[in-house]
Design a protein around this ligand. Sequence first.
Ligand code: FE
Ligand code: CA
Length: 507
Amino acid sequence: MSPLNRRTLIVGGIAGGVTAAGLTVASAGVAPPLSYPFKLGVASGEPWADGFVLWTRLAPHPLDADGLGGMSNTTVPVDWQVSTNQSFTGIVASGTFTATQAWAHSVHVEVSGLTAGTWYYYRFRAAGHISPVGRTRTAPAVGTSPAMTMLFTSCSHYESGYFTAYRRMAEETPDVILHLGDYIYEGKAGSGVRSHSPAVEISSLADYRVRHAQYKTDPDLQAAHHIAPWITVWDDHEVENNYAGLTRADSSPAGDFAARRTAAYKAYYEHMPLRAAQAPSGANLQLYRRLRWGSLATFHMLDTRQYRDDQACGDGTKLCPAADDPQRTITGAAQESWLLNGLNQKLGTWDLIGQQVFFAQKLAAADGSKSMDSWDGYTANRTRIQNGWDAQGNDSVVVLTGDVHRSWAANIMHDYAAQDRIIGTELITTSVTSSGDGNAAENALDPALNPHVKFYKNLRGYVRTVTSAGQMNVDFRFVDKVTVRDRPVTTAQSYVIHAGNPGLQAS
Ligand code: FE
Ligand code: CA
């Protein structure tokens, strides 16, 4: 990432003037001078054909226990610039965002009016300090289908290892990165290679802010944010392990779970490059959304936590006929019809469903035991969605999944018991760090139980996809260790998926 380091940017200077208000405040001594406030790096996200979101958060002291990052209760003007080059001699958009303590001095700028399918560079300035430079891009125009390199991953537990996978992802210079949840973990400090802050299990807004800030200080994570726009959805650990809607999964820590979820959702918004449409509203946050990547692909980003029924039969992995109750939902009725409607429109060649938990059926034992936290615990909801897209003749659906800390690949079947007809493809990324180093030799595939499940690997890493109008090339990428810094990445398995012919093919 050396081309984008801070020195480059300082040499290049900032072309726009600092706002008069900013200079006046600093020189008059009304507020003490701010020490370097960009310790959380910068990020971009939500690429549209004419713009994107730019993010940063002012936090000169990221781990302060009050969650305010060392900022006082004053508003701070933050200048931002977008340029066609990294020397900032081609500025095409600029402005000033007013950061406030109510939002932890986070910055969310929605830039519009830019050229489709184009790379840009961006930076911020506050109180005389200049941020690192980020690289980002707009989505291609509808009507065009240039090839897209998309990386996706999930489950980045800070204590379990170093975020080397993020560093290797940055080095791939992708067009876009998806994070499918468990971006932070809520647990107290444990016994990994490094320790959580704060040391307690987080439950207050201040705690969630500190935890997010701690993760954002990681240089490998920052590198991945600095290289490309991200599209993120949460899973459970951004709030609490295996929660369901407003139902907590356990009693630790005690307290009002709705208040806890509200705090967690607000902190998530404050730390992610999301649009104002995703700002929290009361106890809720509208996270499911669609993004178009020209006429090549449509991202349908799901939220399978906020609206789900409680896990059946007390959660866990078990034989549970109640999981098949047609009333049960993991999406909620509104999101289900929104998704089916979007899939039926076939807005682009590929429909990519970015979501959290294992989608295809996966039997854990011959008696029919399955994971109640996954779509196997909500089978009628799954059947309505997958057979819904199939009935509409949508033959280019790929489900992208996280959560399980292992990589898997599966064909989505019209009827799993009969192994009748492949109607889609599921790619499951492993974790960035969660579950630690793993075991390259472990094999959990059981073709007798799950003939449609084709690949398994228990190592840390991510999935790389290179998609064109004709095919998607898939590489499962792994680092051999995360308890040791800076390991190389290698491809353990590749597949091709052909547009119009669902299922995994040998590459
Ligand atoms: Fe996880
Ligand atoms: Ca999870």
